[in-house]
Design a protein around this ligand. Structure first.
Ligand code: AKB
Length: 319
């Protein structure tokens, strides 16, 4: 374990910040370098080395990798679905250039292993809606989805052609209480908890019966660490693995919150994000991940709701 020297790119973001702390716990603070284009929270900045870096700047990333003798890169920088629809070309450059930088550094043997997150956004309106299989019709109609699907093809290509050890998961909506997400379609499932505690009510930007696949942060981190630790021969898919924990609608989540906060009220005012959600699966078949590298989730909607409300109350984190 100790021979690893890790770089997390996008370490100040929602998943990156918690992933960095988890990796520091596993591999030692000195062995996990955090980097982002902006500063992160106090814990992240004070627990180990932090470097300001632009994921699209190949020379900058390369010198970080050389200076710190990095072996493994977790590339968490990306523009999410809703923001990407507003600035498509910028989203495309960020999501693709950052990936090519890292794939090419691995091709040149400057790093040994890459984690790159894909997303349920790789599916589109013609994909099967329920229990969406690993391999099926994939015609994403969002910029973010197109960039993730293209990225998956390139990951597989670099593995087959150059032996690059890249590992990937199609994340559903990730729910956490420590760092706010930015610009996603699944963000309502975090806002709702903060508003429930602060105001006792929430107006959802997705309609009542919009089911989406979701996952609590602890499960997402476990999956990330597990796939990166798995022996290479167990990773049979070098594009990206379907991954699932639970699926629910805003109405389901509001009912679960009401079990703990009986006065909680929800209203619905769908906006442009509804169209994105409508193009995505309602639930995911993740058999391949379970079979190949032993994926198992822990959090269902009940456990998630308790963890979110307890976590926000303890950390006194509301808006
Ligand atoms: C988003 O909503 O854009 C992300 C995702 C599902 O990849 N959370």
């Amino acid at each position: 374990m100790n021979s690893k020297k890790i770089l997390v790119i996008g370490a100040a973001g929602q998943i990156g910040s918690e992933l960095t702390m988890k990796l520091r716990g596993l591999f030692g603070n000195d062995n996990v370098i955090a980097s982002d284009i902006k500063n992160g929270g106090e814990e992240l900045m004070n627990s180990g080395t932090f470097e300001i870096a632009d994921a699209t700047d190949k020379a900058g990333i390369e010198s970080l990798i050389e200076n710190h003798k990095i072996t493994d890169v977790y590339l968490m920088a990306a523009m999410l679905s809703a923001t990407a629809e507003k600035i498509p070309m910028k989203a495309w450059s960020l999501n693709m250039d950052s990936l090519f930088n890292i794939l090419n550094l691995a091709k040149d043997k400057k790093i040994e292993r890459i984690f790159w997150p894909s997303s349920i956004a790789v599916f589109g309106p013609r994909s099967p809606k329920e229990n969406t299989p690993q391999t099926t019709i994939m015609e994403p109609n969002t910029v973010y989805g197109i960039s993730k699907q293209t990225g998956e093809r390139w990951c597989e290509y670099y593995f087959n052609k150059y032996g690059v050890d890249v590992r990937s998961i199609r994340f559903p909506g990730i729910i956490s209480y420590k760092t706010l997400p930015g610009g996603g379609t699944t963000d309502y499932a975090i806002e709702i908890f903060r508003s429930a505690l602060k105001d006792g009510c929430y107006t959802s930007f997705l309609s009542e019966n919009t089911a989406l696949p979701m996952m609590f942060m602890d499960d997402a981190l476990k999956a990330t660490v597990d796939i990166m630790q798995a022996p290479s021969e167990k990773i049979k898919l070098r594009s990206s693995y379907n991954l699932s924990a639970m699926s629910f609608t805003p109405n389901d989540l509001a009912s679960e919150i009401r079990k703990q906060l009986p006065e909680f009220e929800i209203r619905y005012n769908p906006d442009s994000r509804q169209q994105i959600a409508d193009s995505w699966p309602g639930s995911i078949d993740d058999n391949e991940a379970r079979k190949d590298w032993g994926w198992k989730h822990e959090f269902d909607i009940k456990k998630l709701t308790r963890a979110m409300l307890d976590g926000l109350k303890t950390e006194k984190l509301t808006f």
